[in-house]
Design a protein around this ligand. Sequence first.
Ligand SMILES: Cc1cc2nc3c(=O)[nH]c(=O)nc-3n(C[C@H](O)[C@H](O)[C@H](O)COP(=O)(O)O)c2cc1C
Length: 176
Amino acid sequence: MKALVVYESLFGNTEAIARAIADGLGDAFEVRLAEAREIPSADGADLLIAGAPTHAFGLSRPGTRKDAARQGEVRPGTADVGLREYLDVSPALPGLAAATFDTRINKTFVPGSAAHKAHRRLRRLGCRMVRGPESFRVEGTTGPLVAGELERARNWASGIAADWSPVVTAEGQRRR
Ligand SMILES: Cc1cc2nc3c(=O)[nH]c(=O)nc-3n(C[C@H](O)[C@H](O)[C@H](O)COP(=O)(O)O)c2cc1C
């Protein structure tokens, strides 16, 4: 089984979550971890997991990424292409199992989520969403992650992998 974990991350928090998710998928999957700006192809993948930081209540735009660079040191190469642009150029993905996540500020009453937006976009591309959008929390704009979020991400991914356990048919063949 193959999984593609694609992410965008300005300050590194979403990347850390993406790595924990890749880890949590465990031995069940051969995992490719790639940045959205690489425009990785989902061809041949059985599972797509996409994540991004929440910017201005949704997916980042060139303007919000510029804003991020004014607020702290951003990772190189992140200015032009984020998850929004990746999804803009994605082909249809009929039937592909998928789930989305984001990082966002740890405040109860801040609305909006990049994961929700990405979830809707992937559904429109034909994906079969295997989880609702999931958010992981940061303490402030540049981080750090709230304590325990890496473990929660690993467990979230393990849960997805566990649902995947192949069913053994009477003929002894594995099927989904
Ligand atoms: C321009 C900008 C807009 C943001 N807007 C929101 C927002 O609407 N809601 C929120 O929860 N966090 C918001 N944040 C905080 C980001 O979610 C936070 O920077 C991100 O989770 C860090 O992830 P990263 O290290 O992967 O970039 C914003 C950050 C920036 C730079």
